[in-house]
Design a protein around this ligand. Sequence first.
Ligand code: SRM
Ligand code: SF4
Length: 575
Amino acid sequence: MSDEKQLTEVEHIKARSRHLRGTIEEGLQDRTTGALPADDTQLTKFHGFYQQDDRDLRDERRHQKLEPLYSFMLRARVPGGVITSKQWKAIDEIARNLTGGGLRLTTRQTFQYHGILKHNVKPLIQGINEAMIDSIAACGDVNRNVLCNTNPVESDLHKEIYEDAVAISKHLLPNTAAYHEIWLDKEKIVNFEEEKEPIYGDTYLPRKFKIAVAVPPHNDVDVNGNDLSYVAIIKDGKLLGYNLLAGGGMGSTHGETDTYPQIAKSLGFVDKKDICTFAEGVVTTQRDFGDRTNRKHARLKYTIDDMGVEEFKKHVEERTGVKFKKAKPFEFTMHSDRFGWVENADGTWNLTLFIEQGRILDHEDGGPQMLQGLLKIADLHKGDFRMTATQNLVVAQVAKSKKTKVEKLAKEHGLFREDASLLRQNSMACVALPTCTLAMAEAERYLPDLITKLEGIVDKYGLSDQPIVVRMTGCPNGCARPFLAEIAFVGKAPGKYNLYLGGDGKGTRLVKLYKENIGEEEILETLEPLIEQYAQERKKGEGFGDYCVRTEIVPPIYDGRDFHKNPEGFLSSGI
Ligand code: SRM
Ligand code: SF4
């Protein structure tokens, strides 16, 4: 347990928050500012929203002696990313009426609204709740949205696994009534001391916590970017149980080598009946042993690396009263979504749409009317929608008779992008500017242009049929999981990025820094000869990241503790 004196300020805010209530209600009433009191902005995360300001307008507002243009971003909690057509219509209406417009699909299978003014936060939360969607625990130091492989009805097994993901999510929800009191006007609990948080305790977790459920061979949920992952073990069409992996994560800080992205470590196999017991065991071990004195060292990956896997397992087993069994073999071969149509076991069809950087907008400049297109599809479609962990959208369980109409609508509204190259389809960027308070460089607004330039190079060397996983983030927090890509750009300063290479295209190996702090010209000058070499020298079926490792352009990194090391004999790895 951490020493009380050294606890971070956030720990104190949580402790005195009366289970996440703070003074959020009072702050909402204050119309003299568009902002909330600073302490409450830590607590609102647990309710699913962040205070932001438009960074494009900061200087102008400062010159005009105005406070920053504050608004809020709200993230919904949608385990496994499944939304009915009826719910889609409701979230669309809210986007039009109460936000800055549009929706943003995230890298964790949910959606965000941006640009919500303070007085609209409550009506918005009430609106999504009326549609049976909530935002509690979408952010904050608790377990967040549980990811699940996106084609859960492709077979009965997928459905069963999706239901397991939902069960884990429910089991780990905070118990506080604060959300219902503040946003849904439910009766207030008079004596909050009697309100118990049996899993989290009064100060919740030391840091955010993330869970994914994967169905091999698809690693579409990026198990290695999660604190805890369940990998379904299937034999002869039957779900035997899950291998558990723990301690994955992406966040790091430039120049601080004791922070690093990490690959999850194997804990062992657990029976299906024990999935929630083990989720609770891992979460409470992290609750009690995670570092509450330094938020940069507070994620589960550091708890496990400091304690050692065997010791960590021992603590979990003591709490659960159940032992881990020997991990069973599995293999991932795919990292990305499968675009286009796929038939389900029940004869219905799933259509995976490529939504570039997850942004769904009705463009003003005569560009695609994406929101409208999806609304029309939701009107006609009786199945559901599934958000993927790579910011794309599946129109799921489409009746065979509706396939042609759905496809036509998707094409007419820029949602079915047959022109998108494989490079583009496999690219992903985080939100970054203008809304993200932590962004050091552009990502979502810039990557599409950079991809166009990279497409030129890839085409020139005859590699347009080669999927290469390219990811960009505006800072090293890693929201688009760049450290698991084959080529990663991580923002350092406006227009400048660190270039990393060497992921394996399956999300099971980390990238390594290749060049630091470079702008577009140098990015293209660096990558072109490497891509040319790859085109000439690659082995059959060899991906770009694997080629970079085989030819020792970068060393292979399977443990984040090696992320900053520079082994001798490797070209440029010491940059
Ligand atoms: Fe993230 C913080 C956006 C997935 C690691 N992330 C943020 C904030 C809230 C900035 C802030 O704290 O003020 C960003 C809001 C930007 C905006 O304007 O919307 C933000 N993160 C996102 C999203 C929307 C990126 C996207 O383009 O889709 C993703 C929302 C996921 C969701 O629906 O829950 C998102 N963030 C991730 C992921 C990927 C994942 O979880 O699979 C990671 C890396 C995995 C991990 O957690 O290790 C990630 N976000 C972070 C971190 C670094 C955490 C760390 O361990 O150091 C921060 C900063 C922090 O927590 O202090 C952060
Ligand atoms: Fe913001 Fe950095 Fe996350 Fe991008 S990676 S959304 S810039 S915190």
